[in-house]
Write a protein that binds this ligand. Structure first.
Ligand SMILES: [Zn+2]
Length: 242
């Protein structure tokens, strides 16, 4: 890898990133981007909540079906008891059996009632969450609408400089090999949001200039031989200043 060329590219790349950072830090753009994040989060949450809601409704339906089944059985038992009474024959075993069954069914009903109470609570919690996200989403959409014109103006103002720096970056990039381009991008993306520096000089003869981790002897040897190594801690390209 040609470290000199990569350093040139890094300089142009950072210049571009700094410009975008400066643009995005202007109050209107900053608020616009924040509102966009809130809106996106609210939308994602609503999708998830709607799935939860469906699941909860399915649970409630299952419980209602179970409740109906039990009610039917209770009715059938009461009818049997009635018939036994009408027939005037008192079969103790049969009556005991039916009484026991009624007891069991009544505890099942209690259990279902408890489950229904838990799920009802869940339903109202879900509703609250939905309302909150809907309101957040609406508020942020309003902010986006209000800021739209101002943000467009700022983007237009930055556009010429942005184009100029992009062109400069691309011109240097064209002189890099495919491997150099890919390695640079891969290392840059090693951190979420992008590493500010992909290439860092060796620090005090034995430390990574990025994360300050001490570089092992074998790696240092490689650095001497090849002019660069990848830091095993932060994955940056560590080079030796000439
Ligand atoms: Zn490092």
């Amino acid at each position: 890898m040609n470290i000199e060329k990569l350093l040139d590219y890094q300089k142009a790349d950072r210049e571009y990133d700094e410009l975008i950072k400066e643009r995005n830090a202007t109050p209107d753009v900053d608020n616009y981007l924040k509102a966009k994040r809130v809106r996106d989060f609210a939308r994602q949450s609503l999708v998830k909540l709607s799935a939860d809601n469906q699941q909860t409704h399915a649970q409630l339906e299952r419980l209602t079906a179970a409740q109906d089944e039990i009610s039917e059985e209770v009715e059938a038992i009461l009818e049997s008891i009635n018939n036994l009474n009408n027939e005037g024959e008192i079969d103790e075993d049969e009556i005991n059996y039916l009484a026991q069954r009624l007891d069991d069914l009544s505890s099942e009903i209690d259990k279902i009632a408890k489950d229904v109470a838990v799920i009802s609570e869940r339903v109202s919690a879900l509703k609250k969450e939905c309302d909150k996200n809907t309101s957040n989403g609406e508020k942020s959409v309003l902010v986006l609408k209000t800021l739209n014109e101002a943000v467009k103006k700022i983007l237009d103002e930055y556009k010429p400089k942005e184009d100029e720096l992009t062109e400069k970056k691309n011109a240097i990039k064209a002189g890099l090999t495919r491997e150099e381009q890919e390695t640079y991008e891969k290392v840059k993306q090693a951190k979420k949001g992008g590493l500010p520096a992909v290439l860092v000089p060796l620090f005090e003869d034995s430390f990574c200039g990025g994360c300050r981790r001490e570089i092992p002897g074998a790696q240092l040897q490689k650095l001497n031989d090849e002019g660069y190594i990848f830091c095993q801690e932060c994955s940056r390209i560590v080079y030796k200043k000439k």
